[in-house]
Design a protein around this ligand. Structure first.
Ligand SMILES: Cc1cc2nc3c(=O)[nH]c(=O)nc-3n(C[C@H](O)[C@H](O)[C@H](O)COP(=O)(O)OP(=O)(O)OC[C@H]3O[C@@H](n4cnc5c(N)ncnc54)[C@H](O)[C@@H]3O)c2cc1C
Length: 563
């Protein structure tokens, strides 16, 4: 075992969850190696488009047709544009096998998808952790809200989350910076909805933006959000949270971090003689050279489906079907969020009002279905988001040139309202990922096969959203209400979860209540792969809190000689 290749801890992946693992280990004094398959991306230096105007881009920020034809999956992602394309994986570069349609959107670089996420952050409530056990699906979570509550606070303070303290049990408050504001139409819709529907709450979205940076954010070199809404390019102010602007610099500042980009993790090494995991095998992205790194503890943070892939590919005499996979459940019970439902409407009134800036969040409504008991003919429910805005501004298509053009373009158009759902899906054994027996990528790693689909429960949730969304907008005074089913495949939600789920029983789960593998105690999985169920909330803040909590436990266990 080479000493230069030996560390206290190894973190696989440098995205949202890996960045947190790195920061926590380094700050607790452990020499930590972060292995990242993609290229290095340094905050600011490697954000080539961060201040570009459309006319400075060859295609005026559009994606050329050839790219669309070559990369049909990533082109479905709304955030994939000329100014952000360099942070997304191209379909052609990293193929996978869709046994059923699945749009797998990835970001392979230092920082992972933390550079290109939409930054919406809501805590889970106690009802979300109780859900599977109470309603009899998946397995019971081994933890409850109180276990994670202090860790939410811990990560929120560092990240910087803007939000209003609404005092709503189904979407608990956190450590908030000042909230963004609803515009006048959004407020009016809110007032009418809460007046008519006593079981519903409407609040401004909570998001990882510095609306009022605190001392520790300024010390991180991060500053005030300017509401430019060009976040997906990388923010020169560090005003939204990313690994690159926040956790990785904090880890590096300790002197304990070794970051190795271009290191494609092939597998985790289980030493059959020692009866434990000793390290990680990588393939250099460029040279294809294989090397091994060793540590006392391994954190797997390659994002949900890649973490499944790495574990499935970590085969040994002891674990011929993948690391820790005695029960055969590795890769199974994958779930996601159902984003298929959209509703648009028009709104009359407030023609004399406008709003300022490009707010990076929407209005949100926590789930109101099956919250305290099973009431509907479907399991679980959905969050609802809506925004109101004025159309036509800056682009009257029929305007002639000259003075009339200027005049038409200086008048904002009518108010429009857009509403969408974020539905919980039920983890099922039949929704799973596995490895190809025949096809490998250019690093010699089997391709991932994905077999994940909607079911009747998702269709019922969608119908309920259409009915309830329409009813709420009608009561709010909206006109021309139109529902539309995007029919999008699973995956495009980019909230894939599960496959390495947490649970109380090693017979029915892979991880215990500390995200620790039941059968390999020095391996922890703290990205979306660990999720027992999906909740209806945007998931990343929960991955961050689980990661910080698991590192704390791992370091204590190391000190106690338990790992
Ligand atoms: C457009 C968009 C909008 C989104 N909006 C939101 C939102 O509003 N709120 C929210 O909560 N979430 C949102 N998400 C999802 C969010 O980005 C993910 O939940 C989050 O990034 C997951 O963190 P992670 O650490 O698991 O994975 P990632 O951030 O993807 O990081 C994983 C890292 O592991 C690396 N890796 C993968 N395989 C290997 C390997 N074999 N060897 C070495 N390294 C490897 C990858 O290159 C990557 O850097 C959005 C995502 C996108 C793309």
């Amino acid at each position: 075992m080479s000493t230069i290749n030996t560390f206290d801890a190894i973190v696989i992946g440098s995205g949202i969850s890996g960045g947190w693992a790195a920061k926590e280990f380094c700050e607790k004094g452990l020499k930590t190696l972060v292995l990242e398959r993609g290229r290095n991306v340094e905050h600011k230096k490697d954000y080539p488009t961060m201040t570009s105007a459309p006319w400075e881009m060859p295609h005026r920020n559009q994606i050329p047709l050839a790219d669309k034809l070559e990369n049909p999956v990533v082109n479905k992602c709304y955030a994939y544009k000329e100014d952000t394309a360099h942070f997304f994986v191209k379909d052609t570069e990293h193929p996978y096998i869709q046994e059923k349609p699945f749009d797998w959107v990835r970001g392979y670089q230092v920082g992972g998808k933390s550079l290109i996420w939409a930054r919406q952050t809501q805590r889970w409530s106690k009802y979300d952790f109780e859900g599977p056990g109470r309603d009899g699906f998946a397995v019971d979570w081994p933890i409850r809200y109180d276990d994670i509550d202090p860790w939410y606070s811990y990560v929120e303070r560092f990240v910087g989350i803007s939000g209003n303290k609404d005092g709503v049990e189904t979407l608990p408050d956190g450590e908030f910076l000042p909230p963004w504001e609803m515009n006048c139409v959004e407020k009016e819709i809110r007032d009418r909805i809460v007046a008519e529907f006593k079981d519903r709450h409407v609040m401004i979205g909570r998001c990882a933006h510095l609306t009022q940076p605190q001392e520790h954010h300024l010390e991180q070199g991060r500053g005030q959000c300017m509401a430019r809404n060009q976040c997906y390019r990388g923010c020169p102010f560090g005003a939204y949270f990313s690994s690159n602007s926040a956790t990785l610099p904090a880890a590096a500042a300790t002197g304990n971090l070794t970051l190795r980009p271009d290191s494609v993790v092939h597998s985790i090494i289980y030493d059959d003689q020692k009866g434990k995991v000793t390290g990680v095998r990588i393939v250099d992205r460029h040279t294809k050279e294989v090397s091994e790194y060793f540590a006392k503890v391994i954190f797997l943070n390659a994002a949900a489906l890649n973490s499944n892939l790495i574990l499935l590919n970590s085969k040994s005499a002891r674990f011929p079907n993948g690391l820790g996979n005695d029960n055969g459940l590795l890769g199974k019970y994958v779930a996601f969020h159902n984003y298929r439902g959209n509703i648009s409407a028009s709104y009359e009134g407030h023609e004399d009002s406008f709003y300022f800036g490009r707010r990076p969040t929407a209005v949100m409504m926590p789930n109101f279905r099956n919250v305290k008991s099973q009431e509907m003919d479907f399991l679980r429910g959905y969050m609802t988001f809506y925004t109101a805005g004025r159309g036509g501004w800056g682009g009257a298509g029929d305007a002639p040139f000259g003075e009339e053009f200027k005049e038409k373009n200086s008048v904002p158009g009518p108010w429009g309202v857009f509403m969408m759902m974020q539905g919980e899906t039920i983890p099922k054994e039949t929704n799973f990922v596995s490895l190809s027996d025949t096809e490998k990528d250019e690093w010699g790693i089997p391709l991932l096969k994905i077999k994940v689909d909607y079911d009747e429960n998702d269709e019922k949730i969608l119908r309920d959203f259409f009915e309830q969304g329409t009813a709420m907008l009608e009561k709010a005074g909206c006109k021309n209400i139109r529902t539309s089913d995007s029919m999008q495949a699973p995956g495009l939600d980019i909230h894939e979860m599960g496959g390495v789920r947490m649970g109380k029983d090693p017979e029915t789960s892979l991880l215990n209540g500390w995200n620790q593998m039941h059968l390999c105690k020095n391996v922890f999985v703290t990205d979306g792969a660990c999720m027992t169920s999906t909740g209806t909330q945007n998931p990343s803040i929960t991955y961050m809190a689980l990661t910080a909590r698991a590192v704390d436990y791992a370091v204590k266990s190391l000190k106690d000689g338990l790992l």
